[in-house]
Design a protein around this ligand. Structure first.
Ligand code: ATP
Length: 441
């Protein structure tokens, strides 16, 4: 039996993944089939709280090799690769709806949705929800078709994210182990040694986005009052618990390992005709207007896209910090591939990642040209352009000046923002070519 929930937290408190630990704990009478799933959806939806994440898991009578995937209230949590019999819908719905009601922050704006289903919804729902905007009606029609039950509070918008998370069949996948804080510490500053996080990052090579070298600070812990102490992401689920234990911190109250679509670039649309706001695209283009820094420290370039020949501004925003220095090195004529979200106003592609496909040769003038007739150095004609020989009156074009090739500070290849400025779904360059672990959980 599949269970999924979303939109239970607010910007002020809680975290839907904490509710996942409460659900897993309350369902101990059944086995967890496969890993719990933390599924990120379209990062551009206007009504997300933070990272637009939804949770999905499966319960029943398990079969096969049990794997330790968490520890809650000092009791181990195991999951099983196969299921013999599903858990009963009624019992799951009763317990989970109680927990959703207990932990949801409805007064602070949450719109919770819980879905319990014997089948996964069509996977087209996941692809639409991770890349586009989905209407609730579309989702409830699909839930009715597969015989799913739902529980909603305050409008139940969370049903959209829940169903999309449940419908995910991974093509690419990563993992995250999340460690949670003791209840008495919620809302207080987190005690975590940055140095131990740096060491963990160096030691566990299949993990990613742990430490931001540009600011010398860990990137694994949130800045909010939520119950999460830290989360470590990686390609190998089996090393994540060891990586977690190597971090020196305040006591870990509980932890749970998740299967996730984080760091996969699933949100990026590669083939398109029109660029629609609130979606993220892969755009091949030529730079037609040099970089300019605007108010707020954002860096903008003007481009002409290959697909559809659209004029499109691309912006590296201030929070992307050193990434802006890369964009500042671009020159008119450079060929680029950019990943980013289209903003409506001002219309721009909000840059998430960039590949320089070809960098034009840049030249600087070293001297005025010599006259082809008398060999004298020619003089510039100023704003009218070109050169004239003072002695014999011969003329030469602007191009005739002696030039030297300038070494470009940018070369062909991929560039990305520092760790702190990356989106949950953005595939870090470190993962390119990463062997996908096929854990049969
Ligand atoms: P957190 O990451 O802290 O759990 P959040 O950023 O996931 O919070 P939510 O409170 O879950 O934010 O709000 C996101 C809301 O958007 C949910 O109600 C979810 O159902 C809905 N939603 C998610 N993706 C889409 C989409 N593609 N189209 C329409 N609605 C969506």
């Amino acid at each position: 039996m599949y269970v999924a929930f979303d939109d239970t937290d607010s910007t002020e408190s809680m975290c839907t993944t904490f509710l996942a630990t409460e659900v897993v704990d309350a369902m101990r009478e059944y086995d967890l089939i496969g890993l719990p799933r933390l599924v990120r959806l379209n990062p551009a939806v206007p009504w997300k709280t933070r990272g637009n994440g939804a949770l999905s898991m499966r319960f029943g009578e398990g079969k096969g090799q049990a794997t330790l995937v968490g520890m809650i209230r000092d009791q181990p949590i195991y999951c099983y690769p196969k299921m013999i019999k599903p858990a009963p819908t009624g019992k799951i719905m009763d317990r989970c709806s109680y927990l959703v009601e207990k932990w949801s922050r409805v007064q602070e704006g949450a719109s919770p949705g819980l879905v319990v289903s014997p089948k996964r919804p069509s996977q087209g729902l996941y692809w639409k929800a991770v890349r586009d905007i989905v209407e609730k009606k579309e989702v409830t029609d699909e839930l009715d078709r597969i015989g799913a039950k739902r529980f909603e509070l305050a409008g139940g918008r969370g049903v959209i994210g829940s169903s999309a998370a449940m419908s995910w069949r991974p093509r690419d996948r990563t993992y995250e182990v999340i460690a949670y804080r003791e209840r008495s510490r919620w809302g207080t500053p987190r005690e975590i040694s940055d140095d131990s996080v740096w060491k963990m990052d160096q030691r566990f090579k299949t993990t990613f986005n742990n430490f931001d070298e540009t600011v010398g600070r860990r990137a694994i812990s949130p800045h909010t009052n939520c119950p999460v102490l830290f989360g470590i992401r990686g390609d190998d689920p089996f090393v994540l618990p060891s990586a977690m234990h190597s971090v020196e911190s305040e006591p870990v109250d509980r932890w749970l390992l998740y299967l996730s679509n984080q760091g996969t670039d699933d949100h990026v649309v590669h083939s398109w005709k029109e660029l629609v706001p609130e979606r993220s695209y892969d755009v091949v283009a030529t730079v037609i207007e040099g970089p300019r820094t605007i108010k707020g420290g954002h860096v903008v370039i003007g481009t002409l896209t290959d697909m559809g020949s659209h004029l499109l501004d691309m912006t590296a925003y201030e929070p992307s910090k050193t990434f802006r220095d890369i964009i500042k090195q671009l020159a008119v004529g450079d060929r680029i591939r950019a990943y980013g979200e289209v903003r409506e106003s001002p219309r721009t592609l909000n840059l998430e990642k960039l590949q320089v496909l070809a960098a034009v040769a840049k030249f600087e003038k070293v001297a005025n040209p010599r006259c082809g007739q008398c060999g004298k150095s020619m003089q510039s004609m100023g704003s009218s352009g070109g050169y004239r020989c003072k002695k014999c009156g011969a003329k030469a074009s602007e191009d005739a000046a002696e030039k030297r090739k300038v070494e470009r500070a940018i070369s062909v290849g991929w560039y990305e923002p520092p760790v702190c400025a990356r989106r949950h779904l953005s595939k870090p360059l470190k993962r390119e070519g990463a062997a996908v672990q096929r854990i049969s959980l």
